[in-house]
Ligand binder design. Structure first.
Ligand SMILES: Cc1cc2nc3c(=O)[nH]c(=O)nc-3n(C[C@H](O)[C@H](O)[C@H](O)COP(=O)(O)OP(=O)(O)OC[C@H]3O[C@@H](n4cnc5c(N)ncnc54)[C@H](O)[C@@H]3O)c2cc1C
Length: 483
């Protein structure tokens, strides 16, 4: 602590016990106390802080809004650097060879950034469920995805350039050469993306390769009107088969989102929804479509609903009358309500986790993914395993990408250990089916053990050598990704 005060005392230090410090000790799953928190007002101040850390060998972790569910943005080693004051949009939308682009500071809230570009008639697609609560920089450092990633891809697909602070305390600009829209759309966030361009190493690096200061984003024209539909299904296997059929008709339905919520998750949204009726005892599929060019919402609505009803009746034999309870959202407020209902599922699970933590439990969640053709089989296997565990669970998420969030909610340390073992088995099996161990949330500090479930030793050694080259002293976000 004395070292920190003497090295960084000229900046405004937030120290343990001071008002406001507590907020920096927790993300969603971990409580870790840093030695101090710094909140630079300008890029130059940030640069000076990082240079001092590098000279004095003080570990530093970039922190944004701490919605990470892996302990990635909290630390008990060295300081946290919050980018919350570096929050400006820096340019107007301007032409770029791949479309329109705009540049902003990393600490801007994602929702403010999106609103600013929408006000100019454009669209920045990444839409994590937590979009109202996160920073643009946090979303890039985790390569965030959301419900619309089914169609639009992950944050990576919209990054044209990044500025970061390198190992010598210099600001370095990395520009993209390839069209990001042509990059793979699956997120697969477990370690670094070795096969792409240098800036792709930073995207999803969870703060371990340096602090991102500025971001140049690719913008799309504002999309046509959306329609969202929530379908209720009695039987899980039938729901998954319906999801596969919807996926096969993705183009003709113009689907941009295909999500699943099992029965417990559907009951969480039932509690949140005052506006819509959600039936008991069923799971749900939530789909979203974008009106195609040249058609009005009304024209497309009939066509869309007709095809969905056909697919529903071909796939669902148990309680087919549930189709009558389907909910359609069309206007802005209804669509926002759907989005918030969907957000209520992970938010409720996180609340349960906080209560369970008091007795040694919490939540054990995973975000493995499998190619969609393996979904039904992998789910059937997993349900048998959950029965053996005999613990409360809730499953929801991006089923169109073969990527559900499986949450087990143990109350004791022993139950938690059993849940972790179960999760490891699911991940390993997903990887063996051609999928991945981690499609969204990263490894942070609590899932470093999952890296070898996905990658062989040669790939892990390559990642370690990237880390050694970019951050030889191991000062940037220590403890994330690697043990
Ligand atoms: C209810 C809920 C729903 C969620 N839904 C989704 C979802 O749909 N999709 C999804 O992808 N995630 C989701 N998440 C996880 C989380 O919101 C995302 O990972 C998000 O991108 C993190 O943003 P943040 O601003 O909170 O970053 P933080 O949690 O503060 O930081 C995350 C990581 O980024 C690093 N970092 C932050 N800023 C910088 C920077 N400027 N330079 C370098 N590194 C930096 C940190 O060191 C840390 O490793 C959800 C979380 C919750 C609690």
């Amino acid at each position: 602590m004395n070292k920190i005060v003497s090295a960084l005392g000229k900046f405004s230090l937030l120290l343990p016990g001071m008002p406001g410090f507590e907020a920096f000790e927790r993300d969603v799953v971990l409580k870790l106390t840093p030695e101090a928190v710094l909140r630079p007002h300008t890029k130059m101040e940030l640069l000076e802080i990082v240079k001092i850390c590098q000279k004095e060998k003080i570990p530093y972790t970039a922190t944004a809004c701490r919605t990470s569910v892996t302990g990635a943005s909290v630390s008990d080693r060295g300081i946290l650097i919050s980018l919350e004051k570096l929050n400006r949009v820096l340019t107007r939308p301007e032409p770029h060879r791949y479309g329109m682009s705009v540049q902003a500071e990393a600490g801007i809230m994602l929702k403010d950034f999106q609103k600013a570009v929408e006000d100019k008639g454009y669209f920045y697609p990444p839409d994590p469920t937590s979009w109202e609560e996160i920073q643009l920089g946090g979303s890039v450092a985790t390569n965030a995805t959301g419900e619309n990633s089914y169609h639009y891809g992950s944050s990576r697909n919209y990054i044209l350039g990044l500025e970061y602070i390198d190992k010598n305390g210099n600001l370095v600009w990395l520009e993209r050469n390839l069209n990001p829209l042509n990059l793979p759309k699956q997120k697969n966030l477990a370690g670094y993306s070795l096969e792409l361009e240098p800036l792709d190493l930073l995207i999803g690096s969870e703060g371990t390769l340096g602090i991102i200061t500025e971001i140049k984003a690719l913008l799309l024209p504002k999309p046509n009107a959306f329609l969202s539909l929530m379908l209720f299904v009695k039987n899980e296997t039938e729901a998954l088969r319906l999801a596969q059929r919807l996926d096969q008709h993705k183009q003709s339905l113009h689907l941009i989102c295909l999500e699943y919520m099992d029965e417990p998750a559907t009951q969480f949204i039932k509690k949140r929804s005052s506006r819509f009726f959600v039936p008991q005892g069923c799971s749900s599929l939530y789909i979203k479509t974008e009106t195609p060019e040249g058609k009005t919402v009304e024209e497309f609505e009939d066509e869309f609903l007709q095809l969905v009803c056909e697919l529903y009746s071909q796939s669902i034999s148990m309680s087919p009358e549930l189709i009558d309870h389907s909910i359609l959202a069309k206007d802005y407020l209804e669509l926002l309500e759907f989005r918030r209902m969907r957000h209520h599922v992970p938010a409720t699970i996180n609340e349960i986790s906080v209560v369970n933590q008091k007795t040694g439990g919490g939540k054990v969640s995973s975000d493995w993914w499998v190619p969609i053709e393996h979904l039904v089989e992998h789910f059937a296997w997993m349900r048998e395993e959950i029965k053996k565990l005999n613990l409360p669970s809730a499953i929801f998420g991006h089923i169109g990408n073969g990527h559900p969030h499986v949450n087990i909610m143990p109350k004791t340390a022993e139950e938690k250990q059993a849940s972790i073992e179960f999760t490891k088995k699911c991940m390993l099996r997903a990887a063996s089916l051609g999928g991945g161990v981690c499609g969204e949330h990263g490894l942070g500090k609590i899932k470093t053990w999952a890296l070898p479930l996905q990658w062989d030793q040669v790939s892990i050694d390559k990642m370690k050598s990237v880390k050694a080259e970019w951050d030889p002293e191991g000062l940037a976000a220590p403890g994330n990704i690697f043990v």
